[in-house]
Design a protein around this ligand. Structure first.
Ligand SMILES: [Zn+2]
Length: 255
């Protein structure tokens, strides 16, 4: 167990005073390992708030470099870091915010070949990717490895979030068994306002922190849909499908 120092007690005082967190919860957070796949629009707020909260070890996966068109929403990066690897830029921002946090960087594309090795050491996985192929791959590996997964996506003024607890609830394929036909060739052709990424990425951080602490109700089996233009949230109940190609035949005890 990590001993809390005076600096810890001061830095995290406003959350330690919450009854569901306390010093024991803070110690749990400092010993937790979260992998965030994507250091862009969703990964930025998700990683920033998790680092601020003192999640002890954060893994960042992104093969891309900072481009000027990213800065409208990817708040871990800045104009001085154009051309830098996003994971390096993100690491600098997170370390400046909170030196307590260890940041592991993976400047690679997640693939069938490497996904299991990258995901295995972490407690919870956060999907902050911008394409269906990676989202489905990460879902399938997390179900197989029984890793809790927070899934999210954004478009225009809105987005959605769901939690996948393998063996206990539905996975992303229970919502949509196969990736939908893309309406665009490249994710960069899809519009998004930075505040939508901020709201949805922040909800991903909130769900991850609650799962790490084991408190509250999470979004397992509940697809939360956000419409920022109409300004409302809608919840869609999702059941695990026995016909799901990935989790259909998995039970709580893993048989
Ligand atoms: Zn499923």
């Amino acid at each position: 167990m990590i001993e809390l120092t005076d600096d810890h007690l001061k830095r995290y005082s406003r959350q330690i005073m919450i009854s569901q967190i306390g010093q024991a919860g803070q110690q749990k957070l400092l010993q937790s390992k979260v992998l965030i796949i994507g250091s862009g629009g969703l990964g930025s707020p998700a990683a920033y708030y998790m680092a601020a909260a003192g999640v002890g070890e954060i893994g960042l996966v992104d093969y891309d470099q900072v481009d000027i068109s990213n800065l409208q929403r990817q708040i871990l990066h800045n104009t001085k870091r154009l051309g830098m690897l996003k994971v390096e830029s993100a690491k600098q921002t997170l370390k400046d915010l909170n030196p307590d946090v260890r940041v592991n960087t993976y400047p690679i594309r997640v693939s069938k070949e490497n996904a299991e090795e990258i995901i295995s050491p972490y407690d919870i996985i956060v999907d902050a990717v911008d394409n269906y192929a990676t989202r489905y791959l990460v879902n399938d590996i997390c179900v197989r490895l029984k890793k809790p997964l927070v899934v999210a996506g954004v478009t225009n003024f809105g987005g959605l979030v769901m939690v996948v607890l393998p063996g206990q609830g539905p996975c992303y394929r229970c919502v949509l068994p196969e990736p939908p036909k893309p309406r665009y060739k490249n994710p960069s052709e899809l519009g998004v306002i930075g505040t939508a990424s901020g709201i949805i990425g922040t909800i991903e951080a909130m769900e991850t922190i609650k799962l790490l602490l084991g408190v509250g109700e999470n979004l397992a089996g509940r697809l939360l849909v956000f419409d920022g233009l109409g300004m409302y949230f809608q919840e869609i109940k999702v059941e695990r499908k026995s016909t799901c190609p990935v989790c259909g035949n998995i039970t709580a005890n893993g048989t």
